[in-house]
Design a protein around this ligand. Structure first.
Ligand SMILES: Nc1ncnc2c1ncn2[C@@H]1O[C@H](COP(=O)(O)OP(=O)(O)OP(=O)(O)O)[C@@H](O)[C@H]1O
Ligand SMILES: [Mg+2]
Length: 426
């Protein structure tokens, strides 16, 4: 459906995607970006934004599917405050600023991050955005932390191509918080080295409970954030304000917005796995690279026949190989199914060692990364591995040299949907 809307000065319109809009006359502001005659924007499915007219303007909106447009009530819309906070922070940045944006799920963190980037560009300050949300990654694929360097205004981080990526390998931050902290810090520094006048860190929505709070506070401290913006949770704001030495601002969340349910989020992840991985098959000689995240491939072969016998009897399955890593044993069973946890626990008691069991059928479609000599991690999907020749096939778009292979915790289906999560698959 195509409609034309006339907006008078200061008037707002909330648009739910999928939709696209084009400015015919006048000027409107969307996520802090000023759109003039001829400018157009697409608003994706399951996203909503509120635009505001600067003077009298005429905007053509094309609504697709469930797309719709409505007039927001003043109390529903924080967009003026967001612009004010972004501008105030940018005014305070006499040297490069690092802004950490935190808040619960759907608080508006990603939108606010884009808004700060747009406001920075409008005053000729180069922005860098670190997408530190491994679960709902927008700049790169899920399981990665990515750096984007926008050179024009954006309405969604998905419009950016990553200029640097670090592999985390999980879509849950809890178990890998240390890896995230190190990766975010390194990408913040990379953004500063590339000349950013402001680095914006968009984080995940895990803010409830002590582990979550501690992790967010560690992040703020380690990246030496000059500013923190806490969104949509006033108690969290007060807590953060008391805990860090950065300048802390509170930003309200919009009261009305396009919500994403679990299946929308899964679909969005799937789209980004496909976008960044769906390439050619590439063979990697595992004897020529470092290997991270595999007990099987990094361990040394066990030859003690009794360990094989005990394992075979306990797991009721043929054993392909057993390797030893510091403090434990890694057992590969010749099975399509993973043995159950109780059976593995009882085997562990018999062997008197930490015991990790993996299965042959699980050693495929594992999210991984190929690290280049430039320090970047490039998305890859393990297709198969030949343990005799130590050659592995990966689906990847990366064609450069490989110095390291890192295996993650996520297993995908051939259609790039998440199939399972496990600490070790290989
Ligand atoms: N000013 C606004 N008015 C209405 N809806 C908005 C506005 N700004 C953002 N939204 C919508 O609110 C929803 C949540 O925003 P956003 O994705 O930025 O939040 P988030 O905190 O990053 O969420 P997540 O925790 O999932 O990463 C999105 O659908 C977004 O399009
Ligand atoms: Mg987000």
């Amino acid at each position: 459906m195509r409609i034309e809307i006339n907006l008078s000065r200061g008037e707002k319109a909330r648009i739910f995607g999928p939709a696209s809009l084009q400015v015919h006359t006048g000027r409107v502001v969307l996520l802090g970006a000023e759109l003039a005659k001829g400018d157009s924007v697409r608003i994706a499915d399951s996203r909503s934004y509120t635009l505001k007219s600067e003077g009298d303007s005429l905007v053509e909106v094309v609504l697709e599917g469930y797309g719709r447009i409505e007039a927001p009530r003043d109390e529903e819309e924080p967009i003026d405050e967001w612009i004010y906070i972004a501008d105030t922070i940018l005014d305070e940045c006499d040297k490069p600023c690092v802004i950490t944006v935190i808040g619960p799920v759907d608080a508006g963190k990603t939108s606010f991050s884009a808004l700060v980037s747009n406001r920075a560009l409008s005053r000729n300050v180069l922005p860098a955005i670190v997408d530190a949300d491994i679960g709902q990654a927008d700049i790169g694929p899920p399981g990665f932390i990515s750096l984007g360097m926008p050179d024009t205004w954006i309405t969604w981080l998905r419009e950016l191509e990553p200029v640097a990526m670090r592999f985390i390998g999980s879509i849950e931050p809890g178990p890998v918080a240390g890896r995230i902290l190190a990766s975010v810090t390194s990408l913040v520094n990379e953004g500063l080295l590339r000349g950013a006048g402001v680095v914006i860190i968009d984080t995940d929505g895990w803010v409830s409970g002590w582990s979550a709070v501690e992790y967010k506070l560690d992040l703020v401290r380690l990246v030496k954030a000059s500013h923190v913006v806490v969104m949509g949770d006033i108690d969290l704001y007060r807590f953060v304000e008391r805990s860090v030495s950065s300048k802390v601002y509170y930003a309200r969340s919009p009261l009305v917005y396009a919500e994403r349910d679990v299946s929308d989020r899964r679909r969005l992840r799937s789209e980004n796995y496909q976008k960044y991985i769906g390439g050619e098959s590439r063979e990697v000689d595992l004897t020529k690279v470092s290997i991270h995240g595999s007990c099987l491939l990094s361990g040394s072969m066990v030859s003690d026949e009794s360990i094989y016998r005990i394992s075979r009897e306990a797991l009721k399955s043929d054993i392909i190989t057993i390797t030893r890593y510091p403090g434990g044993l890694c057992i590969l069973v010749d099975s399509d199914e993973q043995p159950d946890t109780q059976t593995i626990k009882s085997l562990q008691r018999k062997l008197g060692n930490e015991t990790i069991v993996i299965h042959r059928g699980g050693m495929t479609n594992i999210l991984a990364a190929l690290s280049g000599p430039d320090g970047n991690d490039y998305p890859a999907l393990l297709e198969s591995v030949d343990l005799d020749s130590m050659k592995a096939l990966f689906k990847t778009r990366y064609t450069g040299p490989v110095v390291r292979v890192i295996f993650g915790r996520i297993r995908l289906t051939p259609e790039y949907r998440e199939e399972g999560v496990r600490r070790l698959w290989i």
